[in-house]
Design a protein around this ligand. Structure first.
Ligand code: ZN
Length: 317
């Protein structure tokens, strides 16, 4: 819009439209407005000048009638749309995004062929201990190391579907190990937000149920668990309750006083961890009833789901 009284362009002046003729008349009248005031005519002219001074967008005054609806009644002004509970919500931030979980499949299916290697002692800060152990088996020969790797892989799938980054300490893709100090180091170097070591127990028939092992407060050498005792208990309690829910299993009947929780100070994988970490013993491979569960793929999926739910809850997901 221009606010000057320059004459219209030749093209405009030659226009024969009513609109342009009105404009030309208005321009002429505007010049004499001051002289003619306060006549009624001047009042009309001033209105025209102040409502459309520009040559390019000058338009005759228009009276706009309210729009009628299709039914012929006057349209009712509508209130502007306001957000409601039915409006699509902005995408929620996933509290699990960018978080890392390290899963440690206990033992290794190759350990029994490498006893001299896994028997080497490693420093766990508070003591010296074997690098790794073979783990147990069911009476029929199903290895704990097979069980732990299968549950760990299922767990990884569930957690990755929730947007978590998951690291396994091994996938039996090495002849033996890793040693327990290396398993701890993998969690530490990944800056894991939670670490779970998956196991099954090997005690006498009749001892049944799961238990979660929490780190005791220990300090010695490279071991200092004071910062992780609290969060590890939170993690462990969540895993225990969710595991019970998804599997229907009971807390161990042979230790932990029926809580499904045990605190230990002798596990290198816990003592050397700087990240929240627990072990879970999913059942007793040497008990026939527990073994029937542990060897069931369907049950192992429930076990993985329960552990995953505990981890996700711990991470605020
Ligand atoms: Zn084990």
């Amino acid at each position: 819009m221009r606010y000057d009284d320059s004459p219209p362009s030749p093209e405009s002046a030659s226009s024969v439209s009513l609109e342009r003729r009105w404009f030309a008349r208005r321009s002429a009248l505007a010049v004499g407005a001051a002289v003619l005031a306060p006549t009624a005519l001047a009042g009309w002219v001033l209105v025209q000048v102040t409502t459309g001074a520009g040559a390019d967008d000058a338009r005759p005054p228009r009276i706009v009638m309210p729009a009628a609806s299709a039914t012929g009644t006057a349209a009712t002004p509508q209130a502007p749309a306001t957000p409601s509970s039915t409006a699509p919500a902005a995408p929620a931030v996933n509290p699990l995004a960018g978080r890392t979980v390290v899963i440690d499949p206990g033992h290794n299916t190759g350990n029994f062929k490498h006893t001299s290697e896994i028997d080497q002692k490693v420093d766990i800060g508070t003591a010296s201990k074997e690098c790794d152990t073979t783990g147990t088996t069911t009476n029929a020969g199903y290895m704990e190391a097979e069980f732990t790797l299968d549950v760990s892989r299922r767990l990884r799938t569930v957690l990755e579907a929730r947007g978590l980054k998951v690291v396994l300490t091994h996938e039996a893709d090495r002849p033996w190990g890793p040693c327990i100090n290396e398993r701890a180091r993998i969690g530490n170097e990944a800056a894991a937000d939670a670490v779970v070591s998956v196991h099954a127990d090997g005690v006498s028939e009749g001892n049944r149920g799961y238990h979660v092992i929490l780190p005791a407060k220990v300090k010695g050498g490279a071991a200092d668990t004071a910062p992780i005792v609290g969060p590890s208990r939170d993690l462990g309690e969540r895993i225990a309750s969710n595991f019970a829910r998804t599997t229907g299993s009971a807390p161990a009947n042979y230790l932990g006083s029926g809580t499904g929780l045990v605190v230990r100070d002798d596990l290198g994988g816990l003592n050397l961890s700087t990240r929240p970490k627990v072990f879970i013993e999913c059942g007793n491979m040497r008990d026939a009833k527990d073994a029937a569960l542990l060897t069931s793929p369907e049950w192992r999926q429930k076990a993985a789901q329960g552990i995953a739910d505990g981890i996700v809850g711990f991470l605020g997901g």
